[in-house]
Design a protein around this ligand. Sequence first.
Ligand code: DX5
Ligand code: ZN
Length: 223
Amino acid sequence: MDQGIVKLAPSILSADFAHLGKQVGEAEQAGADRIHVDVMDGHFVPNISMGPVVVQSLRRVTRLPLETHLMISDPDFFLDEFTEAGSDSFLVHWEGNNNLHRTVQRIKALGKRVGVVINPATPAAALEEILQDVDQVLVMTVNPGFGHQHFIRTTLPKIRRVRQMIDGLKRGCDLEVDGGIDATTAPLVVDAGANVLVAGSAIFSESQGVAATMQRLRSAANR
Ligand code: DX5
Ligand code: ZN
């Protein structure tokens, strides 16, 4: 199923942090739709990454929306700080959040876009009661925590199910995928119904440079 123009969300987790502003500028020039910022706390996932200071610095160098993927145990505690730093949207996990509806409403009250994320082992049905309230759904196609992982193919039928749910309940809701997305897997997820692709290593870890890798990914996705 083709959802029209596929949007690209480069994940800076794989960027060169000594040249972060430059690399984000290249992604913007190359037509990125948004910048995906992976926040990890060493507790919700077994890795530590970045916090609001990175968002604050990026806010000064790009006009692109800064999409903040919170892989942290208590997202509610940090929403204000990221909002002040310049986040435009938040992606919060279904897993481990006993009050997801409240978190979603808090993000909306801050005037920000909100998305709910489900891990590979979480069924699509978990989204049923929250779908009406969100602007996007993010289906993890790897277990969260690290870049450079292999795409989990068994997530494809779930992406199809989520696409059906969105078409039935919340048309216009973005269906985003994250993890192991490259020129080989992009056509598979787009065919299953995804319309926003997060990609880290496929964009920032290749020697050809950001413009070339994004072009490659875009043509594969829109094939
Ligand atoms: C993983 C992160 C991803 C990661 C994707 O926990 O949420 O955004 O950066 O990296 P790649 O594209 O290399 O799989
Ligand atoms: Zn992510």
